[in-house]
Each structure stands twice: as structure tokens, then as C-alpha cells.
Design a binder for this molecule. Structure first.
Ligand code: COA
Length: 151
């Protein structure tokens, strides 16, 4: 990514004051959005990172570390800012942070989420197995891929 852009980006621990922006991005970017209350809970129970461009929130990730295993619970970039390298930038930053404390990194992704799967494979995740009907709503269900990466 161009240095000029990198200088305008910032990654910081997620704060409760980010939750309104993050909830909006979530609703615009995924068919199975988390509720606002889940992000509020995550500020207490999990770890979160907020990505800003010129001080505007454009992305986030929520993750957990248990013993020496880490898991991404959520990651998204605002639709207007996707495909510009920000997802990769955030994920590489997260991997650098968790590599200090974890040896293995897991995530689940919808089987039809081609752009996310491409990014994860490109960064070094491999498919472990499929989980049937992992994402469910009242009307639909979708399988998930469990992916993992050795750190
Ligand atoms: C998945 C997501 C976080 C990726 O963030 P992003 O900023 O759009 O991704 P990047 O621009 O960093 O792209 C990363 C790579 O994926 C590639 N890519 C992006 N969309 C793609 C697509 N539809 N098909 C193939 N490759 C694609 C890019 O070319 C890039 O590859 P490169 O680094 O080799 O050039 C973002 O698309 C998103 O928020 N999606 C909605 C929420 C979501 O699905 N989250 C994941 C839940 S598991």
C-alpha cells in the first residue's frame, strides 16, 4: 500500500465509542450482521481493533486468544473502502500482535464469501473442514469453512 495512505491509517484498540460506527459498517457489509449489543459485549469479553482512515472508522476486527490459540470472531471493512488493501493491512497487523501469544490462528467464513476466502488463503490460512448450516437465519442457512494458520 502507498506510504501516503498508510500515514492516514491508524489501528487502535476498539472502544465503546466506536460501536455505533462499527454496527453501521457491519449492517452494510454482511448478510448475518452482529447486533450492537454483541459489539458492546465484545469490548468487555474479547479483543477488538478499530481501523481508521483520517480518523473515520472504516474497519474493525474482533478476536480471542485462549492459551496458545487465537480466533477471529469478526472482521469487516466498510463497503466503500473494500478492495483497496485495508482488509489485508488490518489482518497482517492482527497476526503480528497475536504471534507474540499464540501458535495457531482459526476463523470461520461463509463458503460463498469469495473475497474473504481469497484474502485468508493469500495470507496463509488453509481449509480445515466445512461446518454444515453454520450461519442460520429464519429463512436461510449457509455452510462455513473452518480455516487455520500456523503462526
Ligand atoms: C473480507 C474483507 C474484510 C476483505 O477486506 P478488503 O479490504 O476488501 O480486502 P483487501 O482489499 O485487503 O483484499 C485482499 C485480497 O483479496 C483480493 N480480493 C478482494 N475481493 C476479491 C474477490 N471478490 N475475488 C478475488 N479476490 C478478491 C484482493 O485482490 C486482495 O488480494 P491481493 O492482496 O493479492 O491484491 C471485506 O471484503 C469485507 O469487509 N467483507 C464483508 C465482511 C466479511 O465478509 N467479513 C469476513 C467474515 S469471515
Amino acid at each position: 500500500m502507498h506510504t501516503v495512505i498508510i500515514n492516514r491509517l491508524n489501528i487502535r484498540p476498539m472502544a465503546l465509542s466506536d460501536v455505533a460506527d462499527i454496527t453501521q459498517i457491519e449492517q452494510k457489509s454482511t448478510p448475518h450482521p452482529w447486533r450492537k449489543s454483541q459489539f458492546i459485549d465484545s469490548c468487555e469479553k474479547h479483543h477488538g481493533l478499530t481501523l481508521t482512515l483520517d480518523d473515520h472508522v472504516i474497519g474493525y476486527t474482533i478476536y480471542n486468544i485462549v492459551v496458545n490459540e487465537a480466533e477471529i470472531l469478526n472482521i469487516a471493512i466498510h463497503p466503500e473502502h473494500q478492495n483497496k488493501g485495508y482488509g489485508r493491512y488490518l489482518l497482517e497487523h492482527l497476526i503480528a500482535i497475536i504471534s507474540e501469544n499464540a501458535q495457531r490462528f482459526f476463523l470461520e467464513v461463509r463458503v460463498n464469501n469469495a473475497s474473504a476466502i481469497y484474502l485468508y488463503e493469500n495470507i496463509g490460512f488453509v481449509e480445515v473442514c466445512q461446518r454444515k448450516n453454520y450461519y442460520q437465519t429464519a429463512l436461510t442457512s449457509e455452510d462455513a469453512l473452518l480455516m487455520a494458520m500456523e503462526l
